[in-house]
Design a protein around this ligand. Structure first.
Ligand code: UD1
Ligand code: CA
Length: 498
């Protein structure tokens, strides 16, 4: 056993002194301008998933080794894990070299260190904490996470002796045929005592098929030292799957999504068609919500109890409150209030806030607008930069003309206003409480409370125009027939100027 009492995190998991993520590799097989660890699945980058899995270990120091695409990776880290320390591995000489560079950057670190590959996006908190717990329990110098897999192709094999003790990790390309038959593999996740790791890493060599420095060789060196070394099997072999090309990325994304949907269903969410429903790990959905087929929930989206989303709907960073429904729509940064309805075919953009019972209907785009309680924008409208009161109705094909080519301006619509169909509301403009606008108006001036705003030319009918100017057409024939019917019935008909 280690001499000191192991410390624990607030959550009771054993703590580590440092987390080191190896993320400098090129990821050639992704064939991408984006560094491999920045490819995203389930709402986070691969690197983000690894960091999230390690977060509860409460490490005072988190080091991320960067190299290939380092500017991009560093910028991403600044955003998702500003406390992490990026350490540059100038030349990618192998995972062991990356670990050397990392530990050299934090010479003060002692005690247990978690070393993890940056391309293990399915790693879970429980798996990592179990590994650390086993390491501490066994009093090991080094403990490696392993898994039994059906197809170990390309992975490092765990070699055990007759007594079952782990003696080495052998890469596939350096393995004997007998070793290749081993199905227990190295997950690329290790906990080691900092001093033991430093000692082992100082002695690794590039004496292998790739001519690289392998972190995995540390294990055999420590075994030769007589230090206590162990392997801990992952409960779920999925957790340890790496991600080296786009096919594996798609497969990992599927697995991650299945896990999220599984959890939601256990918690009481109806997922009508798990095959076509995609939910980020960062999303929350309450019980008795219904996700119809083709639903994509992303980012910080939350869906409250009894709400129905879908079919064929994408919500990014949206809040859908209890009992609301969003059907066949695309929404970004919007708040859909309780019992409000959206869609089909609505486009809600950032800053849209629908109060309780509000309605946004077909072919309506809304941006940076508050729609008051029970107010409706049912059809074919653009609503930008507006405040709409309670109980108002915005007629079909209304446009909130918010942009003068240089600046954006706001429109204010009072309570219980009736905006006639095809109204242009030229902002900045205010329509007072209880006011109406006439259909087809171009409203450039404020409409006082209770007034009817009319802003359109009067209609004039030019009688007989079709007969004179479009003779012989079906329209002229129809008009002539109507005239003779009118004459027969003694009605003067339409053939008069008005
Ligand atoms: C590695 C392990 C293998 C294990 C597998 C699990 C080694 C030698 N082999 O193989 O036993 O089964 O992971 O997925 O470690 N990296 C750097 N700098 C470098 C080289 C790599 O930071 O110079 C990083 C990579 O970004 C990656 C990790 O180290 O996150 C592992 O490197 P990779 O090339 O992916 O190793 P594998 O062949 O997958
Ligand atoms: Ca890998």
């Amino acid at each position: 056993m280690s001499q000191q009492e192991p410390s624990t995190t607030d959550a009771g998991a054993p703590a580590v002194a440092a987390v080191v993520v190896l993320a400098a590799g090129q990821g050639t097989r992704m064939r991408s301008a984006t560094p491999k660890v920045l490819h995203a699945l389930g709402g986070r980058s691969m690197l983000g998933h690894v960091l999230a899995a390690c977060e509860p270990l409460g490490a005072a120091t988190t080091v991320v080794v960067v190299g290939s695409g380092r500017d991009q990776v560093e910028a991403h880290l600044a955003e998702v894990a500003p406390a992490a320390l990026p350490v540059v591995q100038e030349e990618q000489r192998g995972s062991g070299h990356a670990a050397q560079v990392a530990l050299a950057a934090v010479p003060e670190v002692e005690g247990p260190v978690l070393l993890v590959n940056g391309d293990a996006p399915l790693l879970r908190v429980e798996t990592v904490t179990d590994l650390v717990a086993e390491h501490v329990r066994a009093g090991n110098a080094l403990t490696v996470l392993t898994a039994e897999v059906d197809d170990p192709t390309g992975l490092g094999r765990i070699v055990r002796d007759g007594s079952g003790a782990v003696t080495a990790i052998v890469e596939q390309r350096d393995a004997t045929p007998g070793q290749r038959a081993i199905r227990e593999i190295n997950a690329g996740v290790y906990v080691g005592d900092a001093a033991a790791l430093r000692s082992g890493l100082s002695r690794i060599s590039a004496d292998n098929d790739q001519g690289e420095l392998y972190v995995t060789d540390v294990l055999g060196l420590l075994v030769a030292d007589g230090a206590p070394v162990g392997g801990a099997r992952a409960v779920d072999a999925d957790d340890v799957l790496g991600c080296n090309d786009r096919r594996e990325l798609a497969a990992r994304r599927r697995t991650l999504n299945d896990r999220v949907l599984d959890r939601l269903m256990v918690e009481g969410v109806t997922v009508v068609d798990p095959a076509t429903t995609w939910v980020d790990v960062t999303v929350t959905v309450e019980r008795d919500a219904v996700l119809e087929p083709g639903t994509h929930l992303k980012g910080t989206t939350s869906v409250a109890s009894g709400a129905v989303v879908g079919p064929d709907t994408t919500l990014v960073d949206c809040t859908v409150e209890a009992g609301a429904s969003v059907v066949r729509s695309h929404c970004l940064g919007a708040v859909v209030g309780p019992e409000a309805t959206v869609g089909p075919f609505s486009y809600l953009r950032p800053g849209t806030r629908l109060a309780a019972g509000a309605k946004v209907g077909a072919f309506v785009e809304v941006k940076n607008t508050q729609v008051g309680e029970g107010s409706k924008v049912p059809h074919l409208s653009y609503v930008g930069d507006a405040t709409i009161g309670r109980g108002a109705n915005v007629g079909a094909a209304t446009v909130f003309v918010n942009y003068d080519g240089v600046d954006k301006h706001r429109t204010t619509i009072g309570d219980h206003v009736r905006i006639g169909s095809d109204t242009m509301l030229v902002a900045p403009v205010t329509v007072g409480d209880g006011a109406y606008t006439a259909a087809g108006s171009v409203i450039t001036d404020d409409v006082p409370p209770g007034a009817m705003g009319v802003a359109r030319a009067r209609q004039r009918n030019v009688g007989g125009w079709v007969r004179r100017r479009r003779p012989g057409t079906p329209a002229a024939e129809a008009a002539a027939a109507a005239e003779s019917r009118a004459e027969a019935s003694g009605d003067p008909g339409a053939d008069h100027d008005s």
